[in-house]
Design a protein around this ligand. Structure first.
Ligand SMILES: Nc1ncnc2c1ncn2[C@@H]1O[C@H](COP(=O)(O)OP(=O)(O)OP(=O)(O)O)[C@@H](O)[C@H]1O
Length: 366
């Protein structure tokens, strides 16, 4: 187990493309960190630099305070699990897991003990004599996990290890991986582009875009205190509804208005806007913070339902405001139908206000 520190870590491919730019991160001992972001944002590049598989252009990597930036991969004491399993087809499960231990010249009885210990942990003990071709995708990925765990690395690196599995197994493996982490306490850096995977597993999430970090925080932080429009839009399903709105003063009260919506601001929100000297801003409202109400006087807009998407535990209701589809997450009951006219209000405590130009959260502007 170990700490990890990335200092201004950057990787340039060729002359112009920055795979990662000025990545700064401190990972605590035993933490489960998820690097999250859309395709091409630099997650894999960052992970591969930590592993020593990618040369660093600028910056430093410290493991347990020791500078490993130019240390060869095997001396860094990290283990990596890839999306594509990467288990050796000509070796049995037992031999696959034992291989890195043999390289380290561990005695046979010690190897045997570790192989059984880790294969039990990832639930593949009964397949130790099989070859990878005789296993399912999920079981093969467990072998890769067991092999990585066996060497008791200082840091565990995982690059989308669940993305080749079917949806149901992926969700099951999330829980198991989290339980394994709880047991081993190994410092882990896990890469994914799946925000719900990140939310369910991470101690802290590092949200990345275009090679740099947009926000680092706990799942609750990045969800409730999203630092900017990108993070608020990337985290959450269905995604946050965004509206460009004008700040309007009427009879001493502040309103946010656009062609379809009118929001009378609470005192708290008015205070936030006192420091803001622009006429327009971006409002973000998560679908579960919009609510259908019988009381028309509470409504921020009224509109006919476009479609209802039943989800069992809740329903997703879509309405069209001009060219924008707005989504509302509503409890399972009462049931709504397309074409029904609904009054929509919001949870004022959960509204998110962003600067029109910088796209940064206003509540966070000091
Ligand atoms: N070997 C390479 N040569 C040139 N550019 C590269 C190379 N590897 C990655 N890149 C570029 O660096 C950027 C970051 O790539 P990276 O693979 O780290 O993204 P990612 O977030 O892991 O994406 P994905 O989720 O699709 O794997 C991208 O713009 C990519 O095109």
């Amino acid at each position: 187990m170990a700490t990890l520190e990335l200092i201004n870590l950057s990787k340039r491919y060729g002359k112009k493309v920055w795979g990662a730019k000025d990545v700064n991160l401190i990972v605590n001992d035993g933490e489960f960190i998820v690097l999250l972001g859309p395709s091409g944002c630099g997650k894999t590049t960052t992970l591969r630099m930590i592993a020593g598989l990618e040369e660093v252009t600028e910056g430093k990597i410290l493991i347990d305070k020791q500078d490993v930036t130019y240390l060869e991969p095997r001396k860094r004491e990290v283990s990596m699990v890839f999306q594509s399993y990467a288990v050796w087809p000509h070796m049995t499960v037992y031999e696959n897991i034992a291989f890195p231990l043999k390289l380290r010249k561990l005695p046979d009885n010690e190897i045997n003990k570790v192989v059984h210990e880790v294969s039990q942990m990832v639930k593949i003990e009964e397949y130790l004599n099989r070859y990878p071709s005789q296993l399912s995708g999920g079981q093969r990925q467990r072998v890769a996990l067991a092999r990585a765990l066996a060497v008791k690395p200082k840091i565990f690196l995982m690059d989308e290890p669940l993305s080749n599995l079917d949806a149901k197994l992926r969700v099951k493996m999330r829980t198991e991986l989290k339980a394994i982490h709880h047991k081993t306490g190994a410092t882990t850096i896990f890469v994914t582009h799946d925000q719900s995977e990140a939310m369910s597993m991470a101690d802290r999430i590092v949200v990345m875009k275009d090679g740099h970090i947009e926000q680092v925080g706990t799942p609750d932080d990045v969800y409730f205190n999203s630092a900017n429009v990108f993070v608020a839009g990337f985290i959450g399903t269905p995604p946050t509804n965004f509206f460009e709105m004008e700040i309007v003063r009427e009879k001493g009260r502040l309103y946010l208005k656009n062609q379809f919506i009118s929001i009378l601001l609470t005192e708290e929100l008015t205070q936030i806007l006192e420091k803001y000297n622009k006429s327009h801003l971006i409002v973000g409202i998560r679908p579960e913070n919009l609510k259908i109400t019988d009381d028309k006087s509470q409504a921020i807009f009224s509109e006919k339902i476009l479609v209802v998407e039943p989800q069992g535990s809740h329903q997703i209701i879509a309405v069209e405001l001009g060219e924008q589809i707005v989504k509302i997450v509503s409890p399972a009951f009462p049931k709504y139908n397309a074409d029904e006219l609904v009054n929509v209000t919001l949870d004022y405590e959960r509204i998110m206000l962003f600067d029109i130009d910088t796209k940064k959260r206003l509540e966070m502007i000091s």
